[in-house]
Ligand binder design. Sequence first.
Ligand SMILES: [Zn+2]
Ligand SMILES: [Zn+2]
Ligand SMILES: [Zn+2]
Length: 351
Amino acid sequence: MEKKGQYPHRRWNPLRQSWVLVSPHRTQRPWQGEVGQKAAPSGVSHDPQCYLCPGNQRAGGAVNPAYDGVFSFVNDYAALLPDSPAPTDAPVSPLMVAEPARGLCKVLCYHPDHSLTLARMTREEIRPVVDAWTREYLELGGLEWIEYVQIFENRGAMMGASNPHPHGQIWSTGFVPDEPAAETQAQRDHLARTGHCLLCDYVEAERLAPVDQGRVIFENEHFMALVPWWAVWPFEVLLVSRRHLGALPELNGDERDGLADALKRLTTRFDNLFETSFPYTMGFHQSPTDSAAHPEWHFHAHFYPPLLRSATVRKFMVGFEMLGMPQRDITPEDAAQRLRACSEQHFWPRD
Ligand SMILES: [Zn+2]
Ligand SMILES: [Zn+2]
Ligand SMILES: [Zn+2]
């Protein structure tokens, strides 16, 4: 028997101003792809070969201090540099435009223990990471020429992460990159049209859905974790502050604890879903640090995990998705239901 809402439809993403195609009936099709092995986290606390472990030498020659908390440094192989000269050649055609791109790229180690991940760190260990992200946003965003601070983490080899050591990156740029620029415009338009914040309105709307059919995974006092209405990746999650605020420095102490708690609980549920160290790209979207005021901005994090049905079977964005539009099979409501059913006790406890 067909369940209500199990027919192909497309859903609007108001933050990106784009559509996603949802094809829930396809989850019934037979699966002939690979079914893989579970992956346990690394069991080594200090890896002499790891360029992020305390006391080790990095490829560029610098030696890491014997740090015992968080540790950040300028990326030895940065994608952006502070001093990028403007292209001097006159453009051959207005269709081939280049602009100088300046930036500063940093690496932030979350913890000295090589074997840990956010999911297996405690709330008390994650809080200093939240504080460090806040410091970096203030310091980098405070530079006159930096217009955006993109804090992110690539987790797992499947996402191209070159090193399992718990760490993330901070790329700050002399321009607002495309994703936050599109979200700035969408939030600005919504505010101008309705007098309200887009994400405040969205969180309010999610509250109206019955919990067992809705998209909310969990809430604490300060943050809500949900599979958004417009999710593209199978287990995509939006982590959104319950209070309207634009950026990390506006979080008070309790809210920073609330963010650490939400990160711990969400990443633990992710790991428990397929009993693996769950790969993802995650990152925060927050107010640009250009000279403009940003009353429209509502602080949030996106989690984009690639896994679909087991520890190794991933979703690919190919075919129609590259050429047409993104498409998903499992509905956001079903994904939220599965994440709600996961324990907040990690399947692979420490010690
Ligand atoms: Zn390491
Ligand atoms: Zn808001
Ligand atoms: Zn965003």
